[in-house]
Structures are given as structure tokens and as C-alpha cells.
Design a protein around this ligand. Structure first.
Ligand code: UDP
Length: 309
């Protein structure tokens, strides 16, 4: 296959690109490097990989045949949404429209990177794909949540109206090497703090929960979805739920750091709980995460050690 990956220089986009290359496919990566980093893909330049520096909110021009378009471009951390609200809205709306247009022109399959954020601060727990969500459209996170909800709507419209073979993956919290040290998310924040013997900044009282999936498990689920014949959204995430205080303590222990925990105000609309129901991924894709939390955290700490040094 020849696969277009938007956001190829990002955290998940670069892992997707690398795994596609490992499986013998050709990849065209597109990124405007707003939050992506060429360092994430520098080691792929000698492979069957082309890179196009481009902002996908503008018309996307790719010559030659394309078999699949994976639309991964977007800022993806709560700090990024605060700093880049309009770009976040544009890439989720205009960018998704352009990526769908490319897939339609090439008669390619399409996968949208959606998110557990479409469930907002969920009133149903764990979250099944049938849950419609509890999103504040005008809060600071609304720029991301609503852009992704629009993205899902236009993706299904292309499927229903144009007969495009589209997939939607709802990604739950994912972690691993190549996250930005300062993207503000819990895992990179806690790791860089623990490695530098600084106190870990837990927001709120730390009782809010998340369920963290290691990036290689996520990529495996995405590629199974690409090869499946479902067009319905599928949650991909690790159902192992943990409080934010627990993950902070686990990271302190694994790093062997003298750091302690300090408490900071909870961001606006911070979801209180989040855990995927992965029944659909299990039954439709035969997918299940295989990397347990401590194993994944140790691999990630090894990466952050080099970055902090
Ligand atoms: N969080 C925290 N300290 C930090 C960064 C994040 O306590 O330095 C909390 C945040 O308030 C949220 C959870 O960790 O409850 C996960 O936050 P993240 O930004 O990683 O992603 P989210 O799941 O909120 O999109």
C-alpha cells in the first residue's frame, strides 16, 4: 500500500509511519511542524518515505496512487488547545475536509484520529461507542472536542454520501517515546519533573482517573481497524484505570526519584473519570492491549532520560 499520514512528525503519527514502513508499505508523511518535530521521523528518511511540509488546512496535493489516508494532524494536549485554539479548530474541520477530499479523489480508505474527548466529562462509565458524550462546546477544551466531533460527522457524511470506506478511531490517553517533554500532559510532565528531582504537579486532588495505553498497542489497533470492514467508531485504549495521583506515585517509584507531589488547581472542564469499553475492538478487531503500565512507563522513562539529560 501507499499510505498518506497527516501529522506524521507527531507523537502517534511518527509511530504509525514507522510501523507502516516496517510492514512493507510506502508512506507519504505530511506535517506543518506546528506541534510535530522532524526529529521524530529523521531516522525514517532513508526508507520508502516521502515528507511533505504542508498545512493540511490548505488544499492537499499528493501525486500518484494512494491506498489509504490516515488523518492524524492536530494539536493534542490541553496546553496546546489553549495556545492554538484556532489552529486546533481548523485542522479538525478544514483539515479533515481536505484529507477526506484527498481520499475521495484517490479512492483510498480513510481513518480519522478521533478521541475520547468526544465523550467530554462522561456521565456514562466506562465509555462505550454508543455514548453521545457530555461536552462543553464553549469551554477551553471545546476547540478540540468540537473539532473532533465535527470531524466524525463529516467523515460519516463522506461515507454515507460518497460511499467512501471510512473508519473512526476514538483514541484514549496514550503515552510513549516521542511525546513532547513540555506538552503539558500528565505522563511527560511527571516524568520530566521526576527525572529532574522537581515536585510533581498533580492537578486537583488527584482522584480523577485516566486509562493509559502504550503507543505500540494503539498503533496495532489502528492498523487492525484500517484492515477491518467496519465504518463505525471504535474505542482503542487500555481499560486499566488509575487515578492521576497513583500514576504520579508510580512514576516517582520507577524513576527512583526523591520528588514529592504538589497540588495545583484543576483545569476547567477536566474530565473526572475516563475508561474505554473495548468490547467493540475485541470483537470486531480481535484487539487487546498487551503492554502493562509499568513496562510501558519504563520504556518511556528511558526515552525521557535522554531528553532531559
Ligand atoms: N495532570 C496533572 N498534572 C500535570 C498534567 C496533567 O495532574 O502536570 C492531570 C490533568 O488535570 C488530568 C490528567 O492529569 O486530570 C490527564 O491530563 P492530560 O493533560 O495528560 O490529558 P487529558 O486526559 O486531560 O486530556
Amino acid at each position: 500500500m501507499r499510505v498518506v499520514v497527516t501529522g506524521a512528525a507527531g507523537f502517534i503519527g511518527s509511530h504509525l509511519t514507522e510501523t507502516l514502513l516496517d510492514r512493507g508499505h510506502a508512506v507519504v508523511g505530511i506535517d506543518n511542524l506546528l506541534t510535530g518535530d522532524l526529529a521524530n521521523i529523521a531516522h525514517l528518511r532513508t526508507r520508502d518515505f516521502e515528507f511533505i511540509h504542508h498545512d493540511v488546512t490548505k488544499y492537499i496535493d499528493v501525486s500518484g496512487a494512494v491506498d489509504a489516508v490516515l488523518h492524524w494532524a492536530s494539536p493534542a494536549s490541553p496546553i496546546d488547545y489553549l495556545e492554538l485554539p484556532i489552529q486546533t479548530l481548523k485542522v479538525g474541520s478544514l483539515g479533515t475536509h481536505n484529507a477526506l477530499g484527498l481520499a475521495k479523489a484517490k479512492r483510498a480508505r480513510f481513518v480519522l484520529a478521533s478521541t475520547s474527548e468526544v465523550y467530554g466529562d462522561p456521565l456514562e462509565h466506562p465509555q462505550k461507542e454508543t455514548y453521545w458524550g457530555n461536552v462543553n462546546p464553549i469551554g477551553p477544551r471545546g476547540v478540540y472536542d468540537e473539532a473532533k466531533r465535527f470531524g466524525e460527522a463529516i467523515t460519516l457524511a463522506y461515507h454515507r454520501y460518497h460511499g467512501l470506506d471510512t473508519k473512526i478511531v476514538r483514541i484514549f490517553n496514550t503515552y510513549g517515546p516521542r511525546m513532547r517533554l513540555r506538552d503539558g500532559r500528565a505522563v511527560p510532565a511527571f516524568m520530566s519533573q521526576a527525572l529532574q528531582n522537581e515536585d510533581l504537579t498533580v492537578f486537583g486532588d488527584g482522584t480523577q482517573t485516566r486509562s493509559f495505553c502504550y503507543v505500540s498497542d494503539l498503533v496495532d489497533g489502528i492498523l487492525r481497524l484500517l484492515d477491518s470492514n467496519t465504518n463505525d467508531p471504535v474505542n482503542i485504549g487500555n481499560p486499566h484505570e488509575i487515578t492521576i495521583e497513583q500514576i504520579a506515585r508510580t512514576i516517582i517509584r520507577l524513576v527512583g526519584s526523591p520528588s514529592t507531589i504538589v497540588y495545583r488547581p484543576l483545569p476547567v472542564d477536566d474530565p473526572k473519570q475516563r475508561r474505554p469499553d473495548i468490547t467493540r475492538a475485541r470483537t470486531l478487531l480481535g484487539w487487546e492491549p498487551t503492554i502493562d503500565l509499568e513496562e510501558g512507563l519504563l520504556k518511556t522513562i528511558a526515552y525521557f532520560k535522554q531528553r532531559v539529560a
